[in-house]
Write a protein that binds this ligand. Structure first.
Ligand SMILES: [Zn+2]
Length: 255
């Protein structure tokens, strides 16, 4: 029965991933999320329902628009696939629980930011506000109102810490080091954990970002490294590993 639900969540993830592609691209372009329906960005060919099936339609169409044969970015099916995998892992890890909701929220935020930050180097404010609001509501439901306010302060602390890191980075590198979007993102992610755990999530993200930045520096001329996806990734890892302040401190003390 568990396998059935895992597969179900993978399928739900594929569909949501397809939606996140639309959300990410259209938010950055300032287009409506609803109208017009899904279309080829090159020839405006309106997609039929069978061209909207996540991942599979990309394979059947051999990665090209049915109408104008324009190449479709591999990013679309990859985002769908990863959303499916992350949703599946989320259910495997948490089953039907409150944590599952937080996990699905984080995975969704991660995928949307991957799209906006990789393609346009931005994290739209609307995404920050939307997910920040949902995380706050989650905190009220799972921890109570007072604790939710405490965690909102934790978010503020992480926001300020990130802001200081930016000032420091700007001073050392003599150019813009961290984007405003990264700082705001840290503010809402900071509401999930106690500050020490958030710092761990940030560290894991930075650690993974390091080798990847070399790739970005070689590949893109702008020399901009999208940091947002790495930050969220670090937080997802911390969540999946179930690390809390107590276990982190005892690990640090004993090693
Ligand atoms: Zn087309």
């Amino acid at each position: 029965m568990n396998t059935f639900y895992i597969i179900l969540f993978v399928i739900i993830g594929l569909v949501f991933g397809s939606f996140y592609n639309v959300v990410g691209i259209r938010l950055c372009k300032g287009e409506s999320l609803v109208f017009p329906g899904s279309h080829c960005t090159n020839c405006n060919h309106r997609l039929a329902f069978y061209e909207l099936v996540p991942v599979f339609s990309y394979i059947f169409l051999k990665g090209r628009c049915k109408s104008c044969k324009h190449k479709i970015s591999i990013m679309y099916p990859l985002v769908e696939l990863f959303t499916g995998i992350l949703f599946g892992i989320s259910f495997y890890k948490y089953g039907f629980s409150l944590e599952l909701i937080l996990s699905l929220l984080l995975c969704s935020l991660f995928m949307i930011i991957v799209i906006t930050d990789l393609n346009y180097y931005i994290i739209p404010d609307s995404i920050i506000v939307f997910f920040g609001f949902l995380i706050f509501i989650y905190n009220i439901v799972s921890k109570g109102f007072l604790a939710a306010c405490t965690y909102a302060v934790y978010g503020l602390i992480m926001f300020l810490l990130m802001y200081l890191l930016m000032l420091f980075g700007n001073f050392v590198f003599k150019k813009e080091s961290l984007g405003g979007g990264d700082i705001k993102l840290m503010g809402i992610l900071g509401m999930i954990n106690k500050p020490l755990i958030s710092v761990l999530g940030l560290s894991i993200g930075s650690f993974v970002a390091l080798p990847c930045s070399l790739f970005f520096l070689l590949k893109n001329k702008d020399k901009i490294i999208p940091f947002g996806p790495f930050i969220v990734f670090g937080f997802i890892i911390v969540m999946f590993l179930g690390i809390d302040t107590k276990s982190l401190i005892s690990f640090l003390v004993n090693n």
